[in-house]
Design a protein around this ligand. Sequence first.
Ligand code: GCB
Length: 620
Amino acid sequence: MRLRSCSKPLAAVACLVLTASAAAQQTPLRTLLVGADRRPAQSLDGDWHYLVEQPPARELYDSQGKIRDTGYALNTHPNISSGPHNSEYDFSTAPTLKVPGDWNTQDPTLLRFEGVVWYQRDFDYTPQPGQRTFLHIGAANYRSVFWVNGKRLCEHEGGFTPFDCDATALLHPGSNFVVAAVDSTRHQDDIPSLLYDFYDYGGLTRDVSLITVPTEFIDDYRVQLQHGASFAPGSAAARTVAGYVHVEGAAAGTKVNIRIPEAGVDATATTDGNGQASFQAEAKRLDLWSTTNPKLYAVQISAGADHVADQIGFRDVRVDGTRILLNGKPIALLGANMHAEAPVRGGRAYSDADMQNIVKMLHAINANFVRLCHYPHDERMTRATDAAGILAWSEIPLWQRITFSSPEVYAKAVTMLHEMIRRDQNKASVIFWSVSNETPNNADRTRFLTNLANEARHTDSTRLITSALIGPRVSEDRIVQDDPLMPALDVVGQNEYIGWYEGTAEDADRKTWVLPQKPFIMSEFGAEATPGNHGGAHDRWTEEQQVNVLQHQFAMIRRIPQMRGTTPWVLMDFRSSTRNIPKLQNGYNRKGLFSETMQPKQSVELVRKTYTENPPVKAE
Ligand code: GCB
């Protein structure tokens, strides 16, 4: 998919123009380079000057709410000692923020700031003839606008997915500058909308770089185990690798080469009129990726002068009745939820060290699964789960209530879904695309999410589509889940907080669940415990009560035959502006098994022991 850049105010979806024609190749593109993190790049991470704009942010928006291309965007310097009075800002002497990184945890005055922050940095650049250069942005929360050398380059909406803007025509040899305005202001028609239980970390929260590619370049590829392989006893081992490579700007008949030397794959294919080359090749030997053997292969893709080298695992995931099969074998998913919150340092997670700390905590509970909440995490996270053999659930930030009746909001959701899928479509660990979390059961919502789930399946039929549901019909102790969204899902996530938001931990012992014949995951349950706070099993906010709630939950889950996975809420305490009980919460949701500094609460040992010795769910 490629997107032409456009100048409509901040509505990326309005700019979505699918183009198939190679003839339009000189038009600036906004695209999404698959494997961007694997390409040689000129990093623009580091110190960026910044200026904060208080609402209503008139430097960025005119009185109609349209983006202005004047003022800060031009990065002029004030005449301080001579000449006429002109501008009253100066990036060159302004303080700096680190990119990647949220602004909230870097400047104490911005801890709770939600609004517009302007960023600027200089960089040297040497154009290379016959090449295109993209500004790659890993994520900018929530809306962002970029100017290069004083000219508008692109805009993006959505705080958790990457985008690439073709800056070729705006760059020149020598010194250049880029200005970005990032707006984290909440609006009703955003995704997420006005209210959510996680922190609105603003800024350029992920890597920024310049990626240079030839005029004809690989922008998209999928290299996977052929879906639908037979794993039946006696059948030949599944080892057909299949997929496609898309070459932007390529004429029909362009040769594409896919090599996986260790697996003995050396395939060639040719592009069709849309630049797409499909291939299928028998591997001489192929170790399938699994939780116990997370084997990744070096994959080399080339087309003309362009090359991409990736690391890809090959596996199959599917549903059979109420079972989830990984490489043909039933699997039980034992995990936890996790926000993209940096352990110890605090703020948005972005570094390899952050990801390794998260993996360390998952290992500590003997998890083989993680639900990455409630938005796509940094790509380093799914690289880390690929390497560690931890299966992952990835979700778009469609949290509880959004404007389900709006076609514009639906278009935004589709864009976010595509951006999420496209970035991680070659990650073996990612087995679930989740379309939402805890949405109200009504006709608009059901239509919206059913269409979105179908869109997800249509875009990627090799993974399972899910959503975390809430609010089943409760009649005394009988819980009947009959949400009409379920037919659109392959696997159903069920959230509930018996013992915390409702009743006592022991109430779980009496519940019976009436669920359709589908695989379920108990995707949220838990209780808050202030780290180091001790008391009896019924004393709220204590580690002992958290353990008690989880114990009764595990016992209840064990009695539900369709349950194939559990993810307690949540692996680690996380910052939330809605959690304001002094001393007990201090701005953090305390349902973590670990504190925000990775101190294990008593529940860590309970979960580890349960997952190791007596798992609450069976594979079949
Ligand atoms: C939920 C939400 C999650 C919250 C959690 C809580 O149901 O899905 O985002 O953080 O409950 O702690 O209330």
